[in-house]
Ligand binder design. Structure first.
Ligand SMILES: C[C@@](O)(CCO)CC(=O)[O-]
Length: 296
């Protein structure tokens, strides 16, 4: 039977979520071990055309581009990416679905076109996507990203670990972006500070003078400062505040919410595996639903 397969991995934002929507830089890291696969197959009818969820919209966007709107296909998605947790599930599902449709019709798809189609699908999930999620889900390496200006690869090489802890609470990127918008000019100071904090991390990463441990401590402190600013933007919640505090009390160099916010994940930076284990234990006691560790 005719079949198309598409895959994508997930991502985590180190710093710069929300401020990236306003033109400031962000740093994001692909999570290559946490992925999603979409399989498209021939069917008797298609039943997703009128649905507005990201996956259906992505499938339809791809079909429309290929002028195959009337094609009868069904899909199956297998995902390790928890939805609405700031790990790029909506960008990743769109990438996997669009790739699957193009594979099904044996059509070529380069990353530029893929990003355009993902963007169109993501607009449904949250109205003003910066493009950061899609770019990171398509990248093999950490990136520095500026909306409408492009991206560059970043060599983190910190010999440290990011502990990614899921609060188990669905974040809502669309609502979070709206919260920031609603603050009007009151958000300006925090957005600007977030941009500055991101630049500081980029500077530390490119500096050659410090030991890795010093770098990690400096970056951690900046992450915690960023969390304060994200709190000022009304996108943190009690449980993420608790996770941040607990991680730092147990040896993290710093911690912050990651992604759209209003739930989702907290990331904590740990210098070594002993600290990782301690943070993991304590966050599980605080109600973390899932924990991933990424070497950076
Ligand atoms: C909140 C945000 O900055 C990150 C969502 O993962 C939105 C975006 O960049 O499109």
């Amino acid at each position: 039977m005719k079949k198309g397969i598409g895959k994508s991995h997930s991502k985590i934002i180190l710093i710069g979520e929300h401020s990236v929507v306003y033109g400031y830089p962000a740093i994001a890291i692909p999570l290559k071990k946490i992925g999603i696969e979409c399989i498209v197959e021939e069917a008797k009818s298609s039943y997703f055309h009128n649905k507005t969820d990201t996956l259906s919209v992505a499938l339809f966007t791809a079909l429309k581009y290929l002028k195959k709107e009337n094609a009868k296909i069904k899909y199956k998605v297998t995902s390790q990416i928890p939805p609405k947790r700031g790990m790029g599930s909506s960008a990743a599902v769109s990438i996997a679905a669009i790739r699957a449709v193009f594979d099904y019709f044996e059509e070529n798809l380069d990353d530029e076109l893929l990003e355009k189609l993902v963007h169109a699908a993501e607009i449904v999930a949250h109205k003003t996507p910066s493009g950061l999620d899609a770019k990171t889900c398509l990248s093999d390496k950490a990136i520095k990203f500026i909306k409408n200006k492009g991206f560059s690869y970043i060599d983190l090489n910190l010999g440290a670990y990011l502990v990614i802890a899921d609060t188990g609470i669905y974040g809502n990127t669309g609502e979070a972006i709206q919260n920031v918008k609603n603050l009007g000019s009151k958000a300006d100071i925090s957005l600007k500070k977030l941009g500055k904090l991101t630049d500081e991390i980029i500077k530390i990463l490119t500096e050659n003078i410090e030991s890795k441990e010093e770098k990690v401590d400096k970056i951690g402190k900046i992450m915690t400062k960023a969390n304060t600013e994200l709190g000022n933007l009304n996108i943190t919640i009690e449980k993420t505040d608790l996770f941040v505090k607990t991680a730092i009390e147990n040896g993290a160099s710093g911690a912050k919410i990651s992604g759209g916010g209003l739930g989702g994940c907290v990331i904590a930076l740990a210098k070594n595996l002993k600290i990782v284990e301690k943070i993991k234990d304590e966050l599980l006691k605080c109600g973390a639903e899932n924990i991933w560790v990424e070497k950076i």
